[in-house]
Design a protein around this ligand. Structure first.
Ligand SMILES: O=C(O)[C@H](O)COP(=O)(O)O
Length: 207
């Protein structure tokens, strides 16, 4: 029986994470800490003897670089990698490039929290999580999930909100529960799926 392994990882700390700026589709690189987080993610996977057949990432540097660093740590630099903007971070629209504390001072803590964590309220000119899910989930169902179900051990390096959209399906979260979910940078989420595509087991590799 094939393994049906799916590992998700949010990119390591980016330059704009460090500066506390809304990033979205902007394309900052990893910080030195982000590089270390990505390498550590690779070492954690390796320590559990996990290896992969296929990888997916977004069209953004921070996720692609995280994937490359993980694969280098695993000694698996020749794997096929699909890069697609379907996995990009939620588009933060007019908030992109603004400091998150400045935004709270301007629009209030509660409004900014709704823009960042609600399911269906988009930030001005940007995507809600629902909008993000409307591009992430079709890509997952058409492209990623078939690979997993064929038994290809699959690694996905993406973003806080594109992965939160995916977690709604995998973890069975709804519009009321997803606002409470935060994803740490560089922490692999290891899923094993059942034959019906639902989750058999999940492990969070914090160390
Ligand atoms: O795009 C961003 O600013 C971050 O990657 C995710 O931001 P959030 O945690 O504010 O949604």
């Amino acid at each position: 029986m094939s393994e049906r392994l799916l590992v998700l990882v949010r990119h390591g700390q980016s330059d704009w994470n460090l500066k506390n700026l809304f990033t979205g589709w902007k394309d900052p690189d990893l910080t030195a800490l982000g590089v270390e987080e990505a390498k550590a993610a690779g070492h954690r996977l390796k320590a559990r003897a996990l290896s992969f057949d296929r990888c997916f990432t977004s069209d953004l540097t921070r996720a692609q670089r995280t994937l490359d660093l993980i694969l280098a740590a695993l000694g698996q630099t020749a794997l096929p990698i699909a890069r697609d903007q379907a996995l990009n971070e939620r588009d933060y629209g007019e908030l992109s490039g603004l400091n998150k504390d400045d935004a709270r001072a301007r629009w209030g803590e509660e409004q900014v929290h709704v823009w960042r964590r609600s399911y269906d309220v988009p930030p001005p000119g940007g995507e809600s999580l629902k909008d993000t899910a409307a591009r992430v989930l079709p890509y997952y169902i058409r492209t990623i999930l078939p690979a997993v179900m064929r038994g290809e051990r699959t690694l996905v390096a993406a973003h806080g909100n594109s992965l939160r959209a995916l977690l709604m399906v995998l973890d069975g979260l709804d519009a009321d529960t997803i606002p409470g979910v935060e994803l740490a940078t560089g922490v692999p989420l290891v899923y094993r799926l059942k034959a019906d595509t639902t989750v058999d087991a999940k492990e969070i590799l914090t160390a």
